[in-house]
Design a protein around this ligand. Structure first.
Ligand code: ADP
Ligand code: MG
Length: 323
């Protein structure tokens, strides 16, 4: 079982940022409104995620560490279900296969908290503990038993920026969740969690840029879109700066990115890309099921309808602003 978990871990947990993504997604799935991420030594010494979500029933905690025991997926369209981010029941077992994990949790109904520790692939400790409501997952000694993974990691600074990027993506997708990320005691990301996407953009980009951004929204038969876009002069040299969120998941889609740029038309200089964020709401059935769950790239049916909608909405909005 440990070997199977290690193989699964190879797919799910590539780097410290994968751990951060999976743990924070779990916190969001548990309806947390505040999530604090504490990182030490670029995630290799410690990744700790503290949430104020619903917690886990004591009896269910061991199951959470068994692969697929908690799988919520019925078919692959559930991937883009708007209700939960997790679906495979694979993250916690995968993390515990390549790191030491201490989980502390308490539901509203429990008299005490519950502590569960997996070390070297074995349950090292389990029992009641004092504790606040919600869940704390602490991951230590990441990749201690998979030296190949360790070797494959990029420079600490790069791994750290990938973790910040992961949190930025989740922050834009969930403006109603207050996210804090600190590294070696220094706060790197802090969002207010008041539901205002513009205030999240102020954290992701900078306050001045976000204040100048223009809100937009629109809908067509299959799609609803909304978000904030930068003025034509606020551009970057990389298209990746415009965040695309489909049903609250950060994705990459070349056609969508092109449709955004097309909305700016000739106002955009060659080789420059706008910044901002777009939420796209759609029926999960429209997402191509052949996408790999770990990849951010997605393909959609009715893509032409979506790209036309996006280009129109943005062009109209910029015209409305007399730009
Ligand atoms: P998945 O998210 O795909 O269900 P995970 O391995 O990430 O699988 O988590 C396993 C299960 O553990 C979840 O389904 C959930 O029931 C529980 N769980 C994990 N983290 C938390 C958390 N922070 N708060 C509440 N429940 C959690
Ligand atoms: Mg999960």
């Amino acid at each position: 079982e440990l070997l199977a978990n290690q193989i699964a871990a190879g797919e799910v947990i590539e780097r410290p940022a994968s751990v951060v993504k999976e743990l924070v997604e779990n916190a969001i799935d548990a309806n947390a409104t505040q999530v604090e991420i504490v990182i030490e030594n670029s995630g290799l010494d410690l990744i700790k995620v503290i949430d104020n979500g619903q917690g886990i029933d004591q009896a269910e905690v061991p199951l959470a560490f068994v692969r697929h025991a908690t799988s919520k997926i019925q078919d692959r369209h559930d991937l883009f279900n708007i209700m939960t981010l997790g679906f495979r029941g694979e993250a916690l077992p995968s993390i515990a296969a390549v790191a030491d994990v201490t989980l502390q949790t308490r539901t509203k109904l429990a008299d005490t908290g519950f502590l569960y520790q997996v070390k070297g692939g074995q349950v090292a400790q389990e029992g009641p503990t004092v504790g606040r409501f919600g869940t704390i997952v602490a991951v230590r000694s990441l990749f201690y038993n998979t030296p190949a993974r360790l070797k494959y990691l990029k420079k600490p600074q790069t791994e750290l920026s990938l973790m910040v990027e992961t949190i930025n993506h989740l922050a834009m997708a969930y403006p109603n969740v207050a996210l804090t990320l600190s590294h070696n005691g220094k706060t790197l990301v802090k969002t207010p969690g008041n539901g205002d996407l513009r205030q999240v953009l102020a954290v992701v980009y900078d306050r001045k840029t976000a204040e100048k951004m223009v809100a937009f929204e629109g809908a067509s038969g299959h799609f609803k879109v909304n978000g904030y876009l930068s003025l034509p002069e606020q551009t970057r040299s990389s298209r990746s700066y415009f965040a695309v969120l489909v049903n609250h998941r950060f994705v990459k889609n070349f056609s969508v990115s092109n449709a955004i740029s097309a909305g700016y038309g000739s106002k955009l200089m060659v080789g420059r890309f706008p910044i901002g964020a777009i939420n796209i709401e759609l029926d999960p059935l429209l997402v191509d099921v052949n996408v790999h769950p770990q990849k951010a790239e997605i393909r959609l049916s009715e893509e032409g309808e979506l790209t036309e909608l996006i280009t129109q909405v943005i062009a109209n909005r910029l015209r409305g602003e007399n730009l």
